[in-house]
Design a protein around this ligand. Sequence first.
Ligand code: SF4
Length: 360
Amino acid sequence: MGKIKLLGKTPAQLKEIAQSCGLPSYTGAQIAQWMYKKKVRSFEEMTNLSKAARETLSQTYEVGATSPEEVFTSADGTRKYLFPVRCPVNPSTHPVILSEVEESVVEAVMIPDRDRATLCVSSQAGCKMGCHFCMTGRQGFHGNLSVADILSQFITIDESDALTNAVFMGMGEPLDNFDSVMAAIEVLTADWGFAWSPKRITLSSIGVLPRLKEFLDGCKCHLAISLHNPFPDERESMMPVQKAFPLAKVLELLRQYDFSGQRRVSFEYTMFAGFNDDKRHADALVRLLRGIPCRVNLIRFHKIPDFPYGTSPAPVMEMFRDRLEASGITCTIRASRGEDIFAACGLLAGKHGENIFYDN
Ligand code: SF4
């Protein structure tokens, strides 16, 4: 049985832990300050705690930040970090349980862009959602990351102090690991934590409905919805989630919230040649999104093995963008980053990338 990780706990929870160890209650606030303001990773570095207090804590607890085991740097400056994680084994995906924990690797990608440094964060090892075009979906589900696993991605990378933004767009569906993701966002945005504005954080989801409402009610971060096709039958052929949580229901929910002010919603639309990239799709998308103040991001698809579609040619993407723009929808074609280190959208597989990338 390992030690209990403190990373991700609130000052109130840390105060209770301190008291349960017979330490003064203000020790909780001190530990929070060391972990979230100074980003220290051991009790030894918490120099305003007495030696006895540090020893008492370390018998049962640890800070619990995990360092990356490998890092790859792209020619464009994008950096991909690989983190080892140990997730509790899920009985529904492991009928025979040989061990209580499963070891996996997840990825975090730091994307520099002029005066910004955005971290693309993973929330799960693998993913249950099974989107056909996604390398993470193909590897199946290996477990939920703990709040300490999620925050480690922020704390231990070389650019930790330079980060300006975060997107929950890495491996996994963040709303399928709701409690850990919300706890991490609380640490990122609380005054006692990183004190980031929620405007610096975007959560990306394929639309896991009951949790989406909870997220919209309880959190002010931006939202990105993976849309990819306006027609239900075509969307379902790529994204099984469409059956359980139809896009129409997701949009019905979004229409109940105000996205004209501080909080923004965007729609991610990966372009597959000959599948979702003609005028019919563009016009249907315009009809679908009418009345929702939003942006559509067109994403170039990175071809993966055993998948029938390649990416749409640049002129087709431009036609699609112009058609949306002409109808009053702000639309951008996303620059692709980190492709040479397999860090681009849809390629995060928790592997080093060998043999998973096909030339178009
Ligand atoms: Fe999961 Fe997102 Fe990949 Fe779909 S696209 S399988 S939700 S990680």
